[in-house]
Ligand binder design. Structure first.
Ligand SMILES: Nc1ncnc2c1ncn2[C@@H]1O[C@H](COP(=O)(O)OP(=O)(O)OP(=O)(O)O)[C@@H](O)[C@H]1O
Ligand SMILES: [Mg+2]
Length: 290
């Protein structure tokens, strides 16, 4: 099965009961929904890794009861790849349509294009251009004319950390066709609330985690982004019996050396992670009992 077809179907997602956003963003999404009732509309959601971009698209679909389909633009290597592929069946070649053409022709569908700034092949976005522009249609040999249905909302998400600036920013002509929603991490107290609600850590644990997270985010020397996803991963570890140190060690994507200096700085500055001497034991049933 081709990876563009995988696990995708047109369903209205369930809402995340603990998703938080600011009132301005909510208002804008409401307006976007109103615009979508007049004609299809494009929204670009830009923000750091793991700040809740995919979740807000899902939440929009859930809230307004629209079917959602998500497509990875970041792995496209040729223009028609989202639409379908030729397959060999009983010795005959035939064209098999993927979910994307169906999604754009489904009224009120929310179409999430992930990592739109990073297709593997620059021409891969060509066919998307006309669907996102005022024509709202595209023609192809295999499927004829495809028209975007009424009420469709296209959401494109892109990661725009400092590291991307200048190299992989979205083509201006494409960017021009979108309303832009800039997202950032939640304020500390709200993120702490999400942390307790989603992982089940208690107030003290949540406070200790947030203290470490804020120290890491405030450390300009660190070359890693600490996302809300990372916060939640640490929370899950702690809620399941791990220490804060366990959570940090297993959730930060960095090398051993950087990790050591991170732990050291946390220990020195905040006193939040205990240092630990390691003893080595045999990985056998009795080792897991205590
Ligand atoms: N505002 C929020 N309220 C509640 N949970 C959130 C919020 N933002 C992020 N999360 C949680 O953090 C995790 C990451 O969110 P999500 O996948 O939406 O981020 P993303 O920006 O799409 O990440 P990526 O850059 O990797 O695509 C999810 O588990 C999500 O539920
Ligand atoms: Mg995402």
């Amino acid at each position: 099965m081709n990876s563009y077809e995988k696990k995708n179907s047109l369903e209205i997602p369930l809402p995340d009961p603990f998703y938080y956003t600011d009132s301005e963003t909510l208002k804008i999404l409401k307006i976007i929904h109103n615009i979508s009732r007049k004609h299809p509309v494009n929204v670009l959601v830009s923000g750091k890794q793991g700040c809740g971009k995919s979740s807000i698209v899902r939440q929009y679909a859930a809230f307004y009861q629209k079917p959602l389909a998500t497509f990875q633009v970041g792995i496209l290597s040729e223009p028609g790849q989202l639409f379908g592929e030729y397959t060999l069946e009983n010795g005959e070649t035939r064209y098999k349509q993927f979910l994307f053409p169906e999604a754009i022709q489904t009224p009120n569908c929310v179409i999430h294009l992930e990592e739109i700034n990073r297709p593997e092949h620059p021409k891969a976005l060509n066919m998307l251009f006309s669907l996102l522009s005022d024509d709202r249609e595209v023609w192809m040999d295999e499927l004829g004319t495809l028209k975007v249905a009424d009420g469709v909302t296209f959401f494109a998400t892109l990661n725009e950390g400092d590291e991307y600036i200048g190299t992989e920013l979205l083509d201006p002509a494409l960017r021009d066709r979108f309303y832009i929603l800039l997202m950032d991490y939640l304020p500390r107290e709200v993120e702490k609330e999400v942390l307790t609600q989603k992982t089940g850590v208690d107030q003290n644990q949540a406070e200790a985690i947030m203290e470490a997270i804020c120290a890491l985010r405030g450390n300009a020397d660190l070359a890693i982004e600490i996302s809300t996803r990372t916060t939640l991963m640490i929370g899950e570890m702690v809620a399941a019996g791990g220490s804060l140190r366990d959570g940090i060690v297993t959730s930060l994507q960095t090398d051993k050396e950087a990790l050591e200096s991170i732990l050291l700085s946390l220990q020195v500055e905040k006193g939040v992670v205990e240092k630990r001497e390691l003893d080595y034991i045999r990985f056998a049933p009795e080792a897991l009992e205590n």
